[in-house]
Design a binder for this molecule. Structure first.
Ligand code: ZN
Ligand code: ZN
Length: 183
């Protein structure tokens, strides 16, 4: 079986975790996990996957890429947003349920303890949340570029403070009106 990205490079069976076999590409470092393998591993490890601490090191992740085809059944794979602060996508084959992870993506998922949540990531519920997260982040970037980071932080603080007031409308009117005593 060849790498869906590097095409001519053959994938090599490796042990990604104990009891979890993946097919690794020696060229791009990607991993192909068969659906059945992943479910089997999930069942075995279940909820008591111990939370382990990993050294904080910046992981080099591949650029979010072009569409790729399943190395086993040739289906065009679907990209799923991970979210939760991770801005890459995971490729999933709807045909054979296999999972393609680019270089270091498994490690990045593990750091956030999301590596046993791939089944949830492939749901529309998760995807809706991840999309909302991205929209919010984009909006923040727009505000920051418009107001500057410092003013944006300040206006957010003021807005939060206003939200705690029962006379919010009155305060807002005062803020936006010209000072009547100085007119
Ligand atoms: Zn490759
Ligand atoms: Zn497939």
């Amino acid at each position: 079986m060849n790498c869906p990205l590097c095409k001519s490079t053959e994938l090599v069976s490796t042990e990604l975790e104990s009891n979890l076999t993946s097919f690794n590409c020696p060229e791009c470092g990607g991993n192909w996990i068969r659906g059945a393998e992943y479910w089997k591993w999930l069942e075995q490890n279940g909820s008591d996957l111990a939370e382990r601490l990993y050294e904080e090191e910046s992981l080099h992740l591949a650029e979010p890429g072009k569409p790729i085809d399943c190395p086993e059944c040739r289906f065009r794979m679907v990209k799923f947003l991970v979210g939760r602060g991770l801005d890459f996508t995971v490729d999933h084959c709807e045909g054979c349920k296999g999972i393609w992870l680019d270089r270091n993506e498994w490690e990045a998922l593990k750091k956030r303890n999301l590596h046993d949540d791939l089944n949830s990531i492939f749901t529309s519920f998760w995807q809706t949340g991840a999309q909302r997260e991205i929209r919010k982040k984009k909006l923040e970037e727009i505000y920051i570029s418009r107001f500057g980071a410092e003013d944006y932080a300040e206006i957010k603080r003021v807005r939060w403070w206003l939200d705690t007031k029962t006379n919010k409308e009155e305060l807002l009117a005062f803020l936006t009106d010209r000072d009547p005593f100085n007119a």
